[in-house]
Design a protein around this ligand. Sequence first.
Ligand SMILES: [Zn+2]
Length: 199
Amino acid sequence: MQYPEPIAKLIDSYMKLPGIGAKSATRMAFYTIDMPADDVTDFAKALISAKRDLHYCSICGNITENDPCVICADKTRDQSKLIVVEQPKDVMSLEKMREYHGLYHVLHGVLSPIEGKGPEDLNITSLVKRLQDNEAIQEVILATNATPEGEATAMYISRLLKPAGLKTTRLAHGLAVGSDIEYADEMTLFKAIEGRTEI
Ligand SMILES: [Zn+2]
């Protein structure tokens, strides 16, 4: 038996989300049709608004309602430091820390030969231009993830920036609290040891 078209479409839509297979999508679709009508309307409106009202900041590439974003527009922030991250959600995570008050640049991905992602697919040209145009920036902190692609991307950018004589640093990726050294990959361990601090 085929599902009626409206629910089949809803299942298809949920399946487009990352990590959602047919089984989860079907469960979510049936859950949705049992939800109060107002909640479903709010849900649909939130989806449309998130897509329609959010843009990428023309300076840093972060998601924002207004261009430039609040971080780029805030001249009280430390204009001498710039953290390079993979995704807008990384900016949110670093901001939650409340320890960093500098600038950001969002790459929107990492170099990945397997997925056919090269430098031209990332927000790198605008980074180089930004650093050329903005002499206040003294240090670029590469905060891509500690994955092989993240490491390769950080390496690529540091080589790119070297001729400009800019200070380029890399976040020390420590082990997660409570995680077993046994199960950590070598790169994580290397980073954890390299970034060690005296206690
Ligand atoms: Zn911005």
